[in-house]
Design a protein around this ligand. Structure first.
Ligand code: ASP
Length: 707
């Protein structure tokens, strides 16, 4: 634990000073922690030593960083207090929220540890150690010529290395991650904490101000933060929720600096970025642009609109679906941004030309031939995969998203068991009934019916070769989907669960058309899945060769694509020009929130918040200046970096990363200083909100801020 914590609050300044002093810029890059010592961080502006960030022989800032669900967070107190984004935590309010007491809207503050709310299903991971296991993973693969066999061997070795390490210590979670395919593999060990509790989630009109209108958009005015606490059992293990658990004492926690930054100031971000695809060949971009991105974004758009429509007449459903809609909308807009970027930058064509041009740079003629051959094979495999894409994606999305079809499938599987044993063990009965209960909980039959009908209709207009294999057969069984579902026995959950638990043999008599239909669907999907898996493995293996030859030709070390492992990225506070004649400043304040308020339903700060703003406007201390709100900086971030700490040159917390600008959604394929910006929340807004809006003195005190 850090013995000395200095919280710079004395000169809490709400003035936004803009003097221009840009230092040299990096070319983007999410650097693995194993490469930190190679980075010119000092030259770029860092004022502490690299070992203050990562110290292989002691503690460093890294130990304050956690992966939390699909996001990042950081410890800000010695008692397990974690700061992350509102959007990373708010869905945990679902079990506590109702139409009468809608905590999604109101938010929640625990004034003491006793009133903190357990977060179901969310865990956090803290990196304990990492090591290079490339030689173990690649052992024996050198001599394998066949790319698919080689890939299979690598995967087997990765698993073996992981299992061996796991056997040595079952208190930590081991992961082996591919950093560069066929080249570099790291073993990570994590402490996992399963007991997390909500400390503070701000009201929605702060945490999500601007909603979907402002998501992936700058200028931004969203107070996207929340506080969570991690608990462990008395022996320090990250066990599940228990009232006797105690707050976790992290090895490190972050110092806060509330003095504010200027344009051009150095910042760095630590976090767990999810996936980027910068090393992929051009064929990948074509696949994304022509198939995956349009299919998914259109489908999600339909789902969102339908859920919103259904929610209008059923507020309980509306509340339940809120987090789901938010996450679908987040992906949809991101994909639309990517599509726009791909087209605007003509990225596929540019990459294709680059890929071809590289052959000339490869000195060894045999390698040059191999490179061209590999490119050709990659393209032809993508062509084959593209042919199956529509069918494959159609099945996938139907079977993942339609709970009625999922229920039908569980019944079909249970039937298969009873066919061979009409008196299954209680454990089997329990497993199936539990699964069904979960699906019934998630099913909203109006949505599932509409979705199924839409999917059938979509498929009927596909070209013959894109049509789902079993469509004709299904059509002959079910002509009117809505009517057929309404008449189905499967809608009766108690009837079905009773059969599963107490009268298993009765299931054989159930002649519901949807059970047969699920049978047909799942078999077709399985066949397509295995074809897809072959293409995928082949592409992965060929891509490894492609990267290897490319690296050799360019004589460069590539920064590995993001893969959910801890990374550091650095840059500067910096605005950008989204289009000709327009320049965006890198700071916003609450003034912008007030200006936007009421313009559309996404801008709906409630009256009391507006009153507080107005009061503050007349507060002597801040003398009519507004509270700083959001920041823009040119670091290299992606999904998973939400909640990542934004740190200044002294490694102190100055903000919370939560988004990117619309143009930067294309980052995942190509980062560029012209358009790639990350969006963060200024820590001064968090402190102001805790003090002036939430009245959360307990949190401020815990972070050692004396008010
Ligand atoms: N909004 C993203 C997230 O949820 C962050 C990003 O993609 O830049 O992780």
């Amino acid at each position: 634990m850090s013995s000395y914590r200095k919280v710079v609050i004395a000169c809490l300044s709400f003035f936004v000073v803009t003097h221009f002093c840009l230092a040299e810029n990096p070319d983007g890059g999410m650097y693995p922690i194993s490469t930190l010592h190679k980075l010119p961080l000092k030259k770029a502006g860092l004022k502490i030593s690299e070992t203050d960030i990562y110290n292989p022989n002691g503690t460093g800032i890294l130990q304050a960083i956690v992966q939390i669900g699909g996001c990042t967070g950081s410890f800000v107190s010695g008692e397990g207090l974690i700061i992350t984004n509102h959007h990373c935590a708010f869905s945990s309010l679902a079990p506590y929220s109702s139409t009468i007491n809608n905590l999604f809207e109101k938010g929640y503050l625990a004034k003491s540890m006793k009133t903190e709310l357990p977060m179901k299903g969310l865990t956090c991971k803290i990196l304990e150690d990492h090591s290079d296991v490339s030689s173990e993973v690649l052992a024996g693969t050198d001599t394998i010529k066949d790319v698919i066999r080689k890939e299979a061997m690598i995967e087997k070795n990765m698993d073996h290395v992981r299992q061996l390490a796991q056997l040595k210590n079952n208190k930590i979670e081991i992961e082996v991650s591919e950093m560069l395919p066929g080249k570099s593999y790291l073993l990570f060990s994590y402490k996992v904490i399963n007991d997390l509790r909500i400390v503070y989630i701000p009201p929605r009109d702060i945490g999500e101000f601007g909603g979907e209108t402002d998501n992936w958009v700058w200028p931004r005015h969203t107070g996207d933060f929340s506080f969570i606490r991690a608990y462990v059992n008395k022996t320090g293990d990250g066990a599940g929720y228990d009232t006797s658990n105690i707050p976790y004492e992290p090895k490190e926690y972050l110092n806060i600096n509330a003095t504010g930054l200027d344009v051009g100031d150095f910042v760095f971000v630590l976090g767990y970025p999810g996936r980027t695809y910068r090393q992929e060949p051009s064929g990948f971009l074509k696949y994304q642009e022509e198939y995956q991105l349009p299919f998914i974004s259109e489908l999600y758009e339909w789902q969102i609109n339908t859920m919103l429509q259904l929610g209008k007449s059923d507020s309980a459903y509306q509340i339940r679906q809120d987090p789901r809609i938010k996450s679908l909308a987040n992906v949809m807009k991101n994909y639309k941004g990517k599509l726009q970027g791909l087209k605007k930058l003509d990225l596929y064509k540019t990459k294709q030309a680059d890929d071809q041009a590289l052959a000339a740079k490869i000195k060894d003629p045999a390698n040059s031939r191999k490179y061209l051959e590999t490119l050709k094979n990659i393209d032809s495999t993508y062509n084959l995969a593209e042919k199956e894409y529509k069918k494959y994606a159609w099945y996938n999305r139907l079977l993942i998203d339609d709970y009625f079809i999922k229920i039908s499938h569980v019944v079909d599987l249970y039937k298969a068991i009873i066919d061979t044993d009409n008196n299954p063990e209680p454990k089997i009965r329990m497993t199936y009934s539990k699964q069904l209960r979960e699906y019934y909980r998630n099913m909203y039959i109006r949505f599932d019916t509409m979705y199924f009908a839409k999917m059938l209709l979509d498929a009927s207009s596909f070209d013959a070769s894109d049509k789902p294999l079993s469509l004709e057969e299904v059509n002959s069984k079910i002509t009117d989907p809505s009517r057929a579902i309404a008449a189905s026995k499967l809608l009766d959950s108690s009837y079905l669960i009773d059969i599963i638990l107490n009268k298993p043999s009765k299931i054989l008599k159930l002649k519901d058309p949807f059970v047969q239909l699920a049978h047909i669907y799942y078999n077709d999907a399985k066949r397509l899945d295995s074809t897809e898996a072959i293409y995928k493995t082949r592409i992965e293996a060929l891509t490894a060769t492609y990267i290897d030859l490319k690296m050799d030709a360019l004589q460069e070390e590539f920064v590995p694509d993001a893969n959910h492992t801890l990374r550091l990225t650095y840059g500067y506070i910096k605005g950008y020009s989204p289009r000709d004649g327009v320049y965006y400043e890198p700071f916003t304040t609450t003034e912008g929130m007030i200006e936007k308020n009421g313009k559309n339903p996404d801008y709906n700060a409630n009256d009391s918040l507006m009153k507080i703003f107005k009061l503050n406007m007349h507060n002597e201390q801040i003398a009519h200046h507004d509270v700083p709100l959001c920041l823009l900086y040119n670091t290299d971030t992606t999904g998973g970096n939400s909640g990542s700490p934004v740190l200044n040159k002294y490694g102190q917390l100055i903000g919370l990363n939560f988004d990117r600008n619309f143009e930067a959604t294309i980052n995942d394929y190509a980062w560029n200083d012209k358009y790639s910006r990350s969006i963060g929340l200024d820590i001064r807004f968090v402190l102001w909100e805790l003090n002036s809006v939430a009245g959360a003195k307990n949190i401020l005190n815990e972070m050692f801020i004396d008010n």
